[in-house]
Design a protein around this ligand. Structure first.
Ligand code: GCU
Length: 679
């Protein structure tokens, strides 16, 4: 059958040999004491829908405990123990966690809370849909309490860095009337255990606070609530002036404080369970507290005070930098901005503020070291910001499976105070023993039926949720769950998509910007396609400092911007020295001649030439690989993906030749294999 992709990984397609396995399926579903807006009710409905799809059997759902043997019981810790008594595992359940015990046709799903019950139901269904019917009994708890998406949707319905059509949340200045798609999105997110969505652009429009929009937020929250997904909004720091008609937005002015408290009360009156606020301040032209000589913490805490009575959270972005820095200053470095702005504020943020840090010091580039800010804030809650939408990474026209990139950052050990300090353990709040922490993923889904504009890009959204729950999972294992759920059981389909996806990030890095050059993507506006000249001679600070003889940013303490010294000593020493800096970050930390030898023995320039050929050659193979699946994937999805792969193959050649010719012209160093410069 043709599939438009809207079901994503929740297809509940019949499993092979369903007839043989259906004898183990229970005959009834009990969703304990649930009312319609409860995620437990949703869990009951979802189990019914899933089992109907997978096994072709429609089970009844009842809200009352039953003594029937062959049942799926789903409930919260409280409702379950009321009905059936205590059980041993109960004490190990943490917030949002669940217990799943399935033996034959007896299934017990207990959530620590209602949301956890729904997560357990989705987990059970995911197992059935992948053909796993063996008995299981386990507890699963989240790594971190904050597992949110950020959507950069504008009120006019456009989406900043969105590649899948207009917004599902807004249209013509207001929240949409038809919220069906929002409910579907919440369902998708709940299935990967995401518990919050910030629905509007970080470059926030003050009109999100209009009375009509606040009514709209309530409607959105109403359809998200049954999925345990809380709604939050981005705020514009200047709202008191630009929307409220005060003459100031100074965070320490009592009028301003009272204004925000009042607005917040109005929103919570309509959305009593709002997750909180996201704030981008003093960044890229956005207003902020620095205008009034107040600190960023003063700014964040103002919002924190407003949401505190409601249990709300303020995500305050660390993406603060000056975009007018001077390249003639060898020591100027945008990568230092996060530490400059935030280090001295450690411990000054209220307990319900979370500083949201992009994974690297610059901006979602194909390769960055982990942001040193993660290791610098010991008394501040932090979250990592990842980007599912492929802004610099091919904008969903290129296949780039991102879990391996994220894993590299999450597993990176920053060695704060000489102790194990993996990024994943910092943002989980464990390492520095903080009350809050977690994950923010910029998704930017649109109205396109595929959600992200590309079927294969959905592995990134799926992996994001899985990793936010459990960052120690392996990229390939997550990917294969997604493939089975999305494309079924064919072994060749599984092997082929696995192979393509796992090769995709290295390939993209090779033909776009390798050796830690950060990006060679056009940064002037589109952020798409090659434009190596666009990095330099402007104030954005994404410089390569390439000249006729040499390339790279000298970020050493000894002779450069000092950025390497932002890391704890063991890591700082590693990056300070060329010998110990990994090749893939060489040009991030060092300015070297094109003739510099890498650990591989190749020169930098020859590596450039070769890697661009290798990466683009891999992209050519994706077409052939995908074509080998003809007949094994429905035509609609087959054709759609093929179109993307053909584009990527061609565009990778454009990348290869533009970058290679650019550096060949600049350096005049011939390619050993005489491929470059032959036109
Ligand atoms: C990038 C992106 C912008 C976005 C900004 C941010 O610079 O290109 O569109 O607003 O990041 O994360 O705030």
């Amino acid at each position: 059958a043709a599939e438009d992709g809207s079901a994503a990984w929740l297809r509940y397609a019949p499993v092979p040999h369903a007839a043989n396995t259906s004898r183990i399926t229970p005959s009834e579903i009990v969703a304990l004491n649930s009312t319609k807006s409860s995620p437990v009710y949703t869990a009951g409905q979802e189990l019914q829908r899933g089992i109907a799809g997978i096994f072709g059997r429609k089970l009844n759902v009842s809200a009352q405990a039953s003594s029937a043997l062959s049942t799926i019981v789903v409930g919260t810790l409280e409702t379950f123990t009321d009905a059936y008594g205590d059980f041993d595992e109960a004490e190990d359940l943490e917030e949002d966690g669940f217990f799943l015990c399935a033996t034959g046709d007896k299934v017990v799903i207990v959530g620590q809370n209602e949301r956890g019950a729904l997560y357990g139901a989705f987990e059970y269904l995911s197992r059935l849909a992948q053909g796993h019917i063996s008995s299981v009994s386990f507890i699963s708890n989240p790594s971190a309490p904050i597992r949110w998406t950020n959507e950069w949707d504008n009120l006019d319905g456009s989406i900043e860095r969105g590649f899948a059509g207009p917004s599902i949340f807004f249209r013509n200045g207001f929240v949409v009337d038809n919220v069906t798609r929002v409910a579907e999105y919440a369902r998708l997110l709940a299935s990967i255990r995401i518990n919050g969505i910030i629905i509007n652009n970080v470059n926030a429009d003050v009109q999100v606070l209009s009375a009509r929009n606040i009514e709209g937020l309530a409607r959105l929250a109403d359809v998200m609530r049954p999925y345990g997904v809380q709604l939050g909004i981005s705020l514009n720091f200047a709202s008191p002036e630009d929307f409220g008609k005060l003459n100031s937005y100074d965070p320490l002015d009592p009028k301003v404080d009272a204004w925000w408290a009042n607005v917040t009360n109005q929103i919570y009156a309509k959305v009593p369970d709002m997750a909180g606020y996201l704030v981008k301040a003093n960044s890229e032209g956005q207003a902020g507290p620095l205008t009034y000589n107040r600190t960023l913490a003063d700014g964040a805490n103002m919002f924190a005070r407003a949401v505190e009575p409601y249990g709300g959270v303020v995500m305050f972005r660390a993406f603060v930098y000056d975009n007018h820095i001077n390249e003639t200053d060898w020591k100027a470095d945008r990568a230092n901005a996060q530490l400059e702005f935030f280090q001295n504020l450690d411990g000054k943020f209220n307990d319900n503020v979370v500083v949201q840090i992009k994974y690297g010091p610059i901006d979602f580039q194909v390769r960055e070291p982990a942001s040193p800010l993660f290791s610098a804030l010991h008394h501040t809650n932090t979250a990592i910001e990842l980007q599912i939408t492929q802004e610099y990474l091919g904008q969903q026209c290129h296949l780039v499976y991102l879990a391996p990139l994220w894993k590299e950052i999450l597993e990176f050990d920053l060695r704060a105070d000489g102790r194990p300090s993996k990024v994943k353990d910092i943002v989980s709040s464990e390492r520095f023993n903080r009350p809050l922490g977690g994950y923010a993923g910029v998704v930017n889904v649109g109205t396109n039926s595929t959600w992200l504009g590309s079927h294969l890009a959905m592995s990134n959204l799926y992996a994001y949720g899985r990793l936010a729950w459990d960052p120690s999972l392996e990229s390939e294992a997550i990917l294969q769950d997604w493939i089975r759920l999305t494309f079924g059981f064919d072994q060749k389909v599984l092997n082929t998509i696995t192979d393509m996806s796992m090769k995709s990030w290295p390939a993209y890095e090779n033909y776009s910007g390798n050796l830690g050059i950060q990006t060679l993507t056009d940064i002037t506006y589109t952020h798409f396609g090659p434009n190596p000249a666009s990095q330099d001679n402007n104030g954005w600070g994404q410089w390569t400092r390439a000249d006729k003889f040499s390339i790279g940013m000298d970020r050493t303490v000894n002779n450069g911007t000092g950025n390497a010294g932002n890391y704890p000593p063991e890591i700082a020493n590693m990056y300070e020295n060329i010998e110990t800096t990994p090749d893939n970050l060489l040009l991030w930390f060092h300015h070297v001649p094109y003739t510099q030898r890498l650990k591989s023995g190749k020169t930098v320039i020859q590596h450039f030439y070769d890697a661009h050929y290798e990466g683009s050659a891999v992209a050519q193979t994706f077409v052939k690989q995908w074509e080998s699946l003809k007949g094994k994937v429905d035509m609609e999805r087959y054709e759609h993906v093929l179109f993307r792969q053909v584009f990527q193959a061609g565009h990778s050649l454009v990348w290869r030749d533009s970058i290679n010719e650019f550096y060949h012209n600049l350096s005049e160093i011939p390619d050993d294999l005489r491929r470059v410069g032959n036109h």
